[in-house]
Design a protein. Structure first.
Lengths: 128, 663
């Protein structure tokens, strides 16, 4: 896959148009996992717009994003930073191949204190 | 025999770059009836017009077709040129080969073909044109201004200055509008009331201005120069001619739970009240929702205490009818509802306030007498955080897609005033962009940063939450690439503004167009910025688009100039392209009268000769040419085909359609 194809693919998977971003930073202002994101939500959108996907593909943030979708909810311009994070994560996962986690693997590891949202997020992250 | 001249304009390269004008001229030459065909670089130029005039003279033209830009641009130019040469101006037709052809096509071959068809179509129409003569209608020399804010006040003062009578209709009990609620004004920081109230007083003292407060426009009929307007004078329960504004009623009113609208509901007022000290007229009004006498019949204290017997609980709404030549719409704005922005916690925290609420908290006549105290516990806030673009530039359902334009400047103003008055206060401003174009505007904002040490943070706020009595403002600092949390005592939201919702009803009454954001549409965004597309209706202030006070005042004066230019005329030339009924075909069904938006159609009983000395009386439609606006609604409604529009007859339209379809 050429780099251009990859950019187009990530953009398509993210379901967002990075050009709509007005660079207000509300997503990063809201992000509850901000400290653990090496690349911040607003930077995900910016790097995609500029085509700097190598940085995104190598980021740790794709594993640290909680997928809480607060950034999507609060964006005044209808951009979905978490959608970009997810698209990059899917791209990386697909390149690695294999299946990380299956639905049936979840019940044994469930702890009653684990928030439901985290499970959904984990399933998104580790399942292809 | 028709003798038609055709003139194709290059419009520089606007048309000629896409349309082969030479080929169009050549192709048209062979059309039946065409005796002259030429093309020229700029038909609208003096030389171009001369070319047209010479051809009319030389070839004795009976009709003219100009293939050029939209008729909105130069139809009048070419009609005048033709008229100067003795040709009836309505024998000139425009084929729009710019907006309808060259500008929207890329392929030269296709565009040229289309241009030829468009010109042929215009030729087909002009062949059926008949000379028309414009009639005249009188002008009522009185103007109506809807809205008594600074826009309406300025427009009314300027119109009155020229000697014309003008009525201000204001729905609130006093004129003054939003500006009266402001504390100081940017960029000079002069007190809003100090510069506004003299103008309010001028309105009250002018013998040309009639102020109708607590009133609303109920119905509008008629057309430019001849509007008939019904105005509802809401029951005030206080006789305006008797009340002296002594406020004894206010002091004695036992019902004190009404929210004080003037102070953005931050404190209470009695059921009988005068909105503020400098109100014009300085006359009390009773809030029927709060008045004990009106609600339960028990009380009547104000009536007992009133020294002049001004209070009348039996008062009812009255409808008055007046005639006007021109109408200025100046209905203004309100801040949007921000309850849905739960990230800022406006509804949960008393100390999260809007900018307009801050204006009242800073104002000497406000609920805190000008001492900045936070609403929750009446203490001095030590850390104040401003959030800009709350609801502006926001494509979600809660916000507005446009920039509200005034917020950057008023936030800089607030920040500066606070730092000036309370130097120990820490002031932060979260911004996306700081937009301060305007004379001395950017300098003003820079002063807030450089001289007053206001901390501007590039980034938006993600959430505001209460932690142990502190408002934690969490947001982005994009320059430092950090997420910051500022513990604040007071949070001020620079709330987006939107047109007063009542403008929708007024726009409908005036048949004035309105955009998706409820802003009234101007006739041309650049060249007719104060005119509505509806003749005789003018727009001033925020009802047309977000703007600050200097711009509003300029626009209001521009409106006044347009109104004066209209009212100074004794009569107006009417459009001769009006509907006409063919009496022999009319069956008197009244359908045309029902659809006419202008009330131009009436029915008369007319006697018709049947031959052999017999007569028959039939009911037939009659169109008043002075009232008809030539919209054509009646022509398409008429079931018998009796109604037709002069200059746009069904026959003419059909011949155009046929010409387009001709291979």
């Amino acid at each position: 896959m050429t780099k251009q194809n990859q950019i187009e693919n990530i953009t398509r998977l993210s379901g967002t148009d990075p050009k709509k971003c007005m660079k207000c930073g509300k997503c990063s202002g809201r992000c509850p996992a901000y400290k653990d994101m090496d690349i911040k939500p607003h930077q995900f959108v910016m790097y995609l717009e500029k085509g700097k996907i190598e940085k995104l593909l190598a980021s740790k943030a794709i594993w640290n994003c909680l997928s809480c979708m607060e950034c999507v909810e609060r964006c005044p311009r209808g951009v979905a930073p978490a959608g970009v994070v997810e698209a990059v994560r899917d791209t990386v996962k697909r390149a690695i191949g294999g299946n990380g986690i299956k639905a049936e693997d979840i019940p044994p590891i469930v702890d009653e204190f684990i928030p439901q949202q985290l499970l959904v997020s984990a399933y998104r992250k580790y399942n292809k | 025999m028709q003798r038609i001249g055709v003139f194709i304009c290059w419009c520089g390269s606007n048309i000629a770059a896409t349309v082969d004008v030479e080929r169009v001229s050549e192709a048209i030459k062979s059309e039946p009836g065409v005796v002259f065909s030429a093309n020229y670089q700029y038909m609208c130029s003096e030389n171009g017009q001369q070319l047209l005039r010479n051809a009319i003279k030389e070839y004795h033209l009976t009709g003219v077709v100009v293939g050029s830009c939209s008729p909105r641009m130069h139809e009048a130019t070419f009609r005048k040129a033709a008229e100067a040469e003795g040709l009836n101006p309505y024998m000139v037709e425009i084929a729009n080969i710019r907006e309808h052809c060259s500008w929207i096509h890329k392929d030269r071959e296709e565009a040229t073909e289309k241009a030829i068809i468009l010109v042929r179509t215009a030729i087909a129409k002009v062949k059926l044109n008949a000379p028309l003569t414009a009639g005249e209608s009188p002008v009522t020399k009185r103007a109506l201004v809807i809205g008594g804010g600074i826009a309406g006040i300025q427009a009314a003062l300027d119109i009155a200055e020229a000697g014309f009578e003008v009525d201000i209709v204001e729905k609130n009990p006093t004129i003054g509008g939003r500006m009266a609620q402001l504390d100081k004004t940017f960029p000079t920081l002069d007190c809003a009331a100090c510069i506004l109230t003299p103008k309010m007083v001028d309105c009250a003292q002018s013998d040309k201005i009639d102020i109708l407060t607590y009133s609303e426009v109920e119905d509008v009929k008629g057309f430019v120069g001849n509007f008939k307007v019904k105005i509802r004078r809401k029951a005030r329960f206080v006789d305006e001619t008797k009340c002296t504004g002594c406020k004894i009623c206010m002091d004695n009113c036992p019902s004190k739970k009404g929210l004080n609208e003037f102070n953005m509901n931050l404190n209470n007022r009695p059921a009988i009240y005068i909105p503020f000290a400098q109100a014009i007229p300085n006359v009390a009004v009773i809030d029927p929702e709060q008045c004990l006498k009106l609600k339960s019949g028990k009380c009547g204290l104000c009536q007992k205490k009133c020294g002049v017997g001004a209070i009348d609980y039996t008062m009812t709404d009255k409808i008055i009818e007046r005639e006007y030549g021109a109408i200025v719409v100046a209905t203004g704005f309100r801040p949007i509802n921000i309850d849905k922005f739960n990230e800022y916690g406006y509804s949960e925290n008393k100390d999260v306030i809007t900018s307009l609420e801050l204006e009242r908290l800073m104002n000497a006549a406000g609920p805190t007498n000008g001492v900045l105290l936070r609403p929750s516990d009446n203490t001095h806030p030590k850390v104040i955080t401003f959030i800009q673009c709350v609801g502006s530039r926001d494509l979600t359902d809660c916000g507005k897609p446009y920039c509200s334009k005034i917020c950057c400047m008023y936030t800089a103003k607030h920040a500066m005033l606070i730092r000036e008055k309370y130097p120990d206060t820490e002031v932060h401003v979260f911004y996306i962009d700081v937009r301060c174009p305007g004379k001395n505007y950017d300098e003003f904002y820079r002063r807030a940063c450089e001289q007053y040490g206001v901390d501007y943070i590039k980034g938006m706020v993600g959430k505001v939450y209460n932690q142990n009595g502190k408002l934690m403002v969490q947001g982005s600092n994009l320059i430092e690439n950090e997420q910051v949390t500022i513990p604040s005592d007071l949070v001020v939201l620079a709330t987006a503004i939107e047109p007063e919702p009542s403008v929708r009803k007024i726009a409908t009454l005036l048949t004035a167009s309105i955009d998706t954001n409820n802003f009234l549409t101007e006739a041309h965004p650049k060249l007719k910025p104060v005119e509505s597309p509806t003749a005789g209706v003018y727009l001033a202030g925020v009802c047309q688009g977000p703007k600050d006070i200097p711009e509003t005042v300029s626009q209001a004066s521009a409106c006044a100039a347009k109104v004066i230019g209209l009212l100074v005329k004794d009569s107006l030339k009417t459009n001769p392209c009006v509907a006409q009924s063919d009496e022999s075909m009319c069956n008197g069904c009244s359908q045309c009268a029902n659809v006419c938006a202008y009330g131009a159609i009436t029915y008369i009983d007319k006697e018709f000769r049947l031959g052999g000395g017999k007569t028959e009386t039939r009911r037939v439609a009659y169109v008043n040419p002075a009232v008809c606006q030539g919209c054509g609604a009646c022509t398409v409604t008429c079931p018998s085909g009796a109604m037709d529009l002069k200059g746009f007859a069904s026959k003419q339209i059909m011949s155009e359609v046929e010409e387009i379809c001709r291979k």
